[in-house]
Design a protein around this ligand. Structure first.
Ligand code: ADP
Ligand code: MG
Length: 270
């Protein structure tokens, strides 16, 4: 789906590049979590995935299309949609269904096709009941789900989400992660940027960025087995992961226990 080959990017001539020699592949239907401390280059990398930025060194191919070729921009942005941190910045209409219809309308699709895409996207994102409601009545989590519905209505097969839960309360965060799980089940490719490691448990693969370099890749469980990811890369180990490690060491739960309140509770009660 996406292939980066030796990508380098700098915002200025002086100082350290924001990205250096980054190579990676994202397969169709894969759920990738991209993690790293503040300033490690996550947003810069995310913006390369739908050609908001183009590489200064190396190349980036999306569905085989070279992002350096301007003729490919539309096709790339139809394939890969970005969802940003602040849901307010992504809303273009005052009514929920109009907001979702905005993208397909700009594609010049027939009215029937637009209606069917809007209804389907709202259903997938659990917003059917909000169809004719004013956007300002939505919660933060619902607004992020609305942004995702807009991307789906455009026909995007891949979503790049840059810290989509950063501005949400715990309920909103849980809603968005539950929706990602659902989209993954439907075969949508996901690149999820986050610094909250408790949100990456369902990802197929984790990529760690540190100072513009891709320094590690593996499974979420594999990442949590590394003892010192805080010291190495400035990543914060989630409390539930720490708790599980202590319970495993004490012989109270198995290694395969999910590092969530539910998983640990279940393992202890059985
Ligand atoms: P992250 O998303 O992991 O916090 P970024 O990709 O935003 O990291 O930033 C990577 C590096 O590039 C940081 O050193 C940051 O200060 C710098 N940077 C990011 N955006 C800009 C910009 N628009 N102009 C100048 N420097 C930038
Ligand atoms: Mg960022």
């Amino acid at each position: 789906m996406i292939s980066l080959r030796g990508v380098g990017y700098s915002y200025s001539d002086t100082g350290r590049p924001a990205l250096e020699d980054v190579s990676l592949e994202v397969r169709q239907g894969e759920w990738i979590a991209l993690v790293g401390s503040n300033g490690s280059g996550k947003s810069t990398l995310a913006k390369h995935l739908n050609a908001l930025l183009v590489p200064m060194q190396g190349a980036c191919f999306i569905s085989g299309l070279d992002s350096r070729d301007e003729n490919n921009l539309w096709k790339i942005r139809e394939t890969v949609s970005m969802v940003f941190q602040n849901p307010e910045n992504q809303i273009v209409s005052t009514v929920v269904e109009d907001d979702v219809a905005f993208g397909p309308e700009n594609l010049g699709l027939p009215a029937e096709e637009i209606r069917s895409r809007v209804d389907k996207a709202l259903r997938t994102c659990g917003l059917t009941e909000k169809t004719d409601k004013a956007v300002y009545t939505l919660s933060g989590g619902q607004k992020q789900r609305l942004a995702i519905a807009g991307a789906l209505a455009m026909g995007s097969r891949c979503l790049v989400l840059d810290e989509p839960t950063a501005m949400l309360d715990p309920a909103g965060r849980a809603e968005v992660i539950a929706l990602l799980r659902e989209l993954h089940g439907k075969g949508i490719t996901l690149v999820q940027v986050t610094h909250r490691l408790e949100e990456i448990l369902d990802a197929d693969r984790v990529l760690v960025l540190d100072q513009g370099h891709l320094v590690w890749e593996g499974t979420p469980a594999g990442l949590f087995r590394i003892g010192d990811i805080d010291k190495r890369w400035g990543l914060e180990v989630p409390a539930m992961v720490k708790l599980r490690e202590r319970l495993v060491t004490a012989g109270l739960v198995g290694r395969d226990t999910a590092p969530t309140a539910e998983g640990i509770g279940e393992a202890l009660c059985l």
